[in-house]
Design a protein around this ligand. Sequence first.
Ligand code: ADE
Length: 228
Amino acid sequence: MRFHVMTLFPEMILQGLNTSIIGKAIQKKAIEVEAINIRDYTTEKHGQVDDYPYGGGAGMVMQAEPIYRAWESIVTRLGKSPKVIYMTPQGSVFHQEMAKEFAQEEDLIILCGHYEGVDERVLDKIVTHHVSIGDYVLTGGELPAMVMIDCISRMVKGVLSNEKSAESESFQEGLLEYPQYTRPEEFMGMRVPEVLLSGHHANIEQWRREQALKRTQERRPDLLPDIE
Ligand code: ADE
């Protein structure tokens, strides 16, 4: 799977995804991430990519032309026109099912906005999906793009060493994950639940299921109507 990120801050994307599991996935070519610098596609002097909003108002608006030209260069190079996701607080809120669907794609183009917004005309022309990572406003689309790439990548074959863990973690099956413990058996007077030391797999399975349900009821009751 290949991610093509259009941004004014390519180093933020590349450095941010260079570490840990996603960094390893890039090294072993399970995924590819390229950052396309929108500024490379401006035809204006001094590398300008933004301008004042028509009608007035605060802040600057990213111009249509350099974004369009950056997109065009990706599409021409690939010889096809992948989905284009625009990161915006005005989009549909990202969730696990969306990640699963995007993980089926061979290529994804992600557009990161900045300043007060992006000229609507280029969005109308190239964007297929408007996506938000939550109901709060960030200074740009780069962190949201990284959040999405991380989440989608872990659904891509070969990214996690243990294939099962992508399936069984929080939000799969509509439940939060059960609590986990590791050595030592006792920490500050608190013991690991006995059942986990029993070696009885069916009991452990049942205990984990109960804990997942209890935790979901306590912390995210809004998730529960979705499961039988
Ligand atoms: N850009 C700024 N805030 C954002 C958000 N919450 N989600 C996606 N993109 C954004």
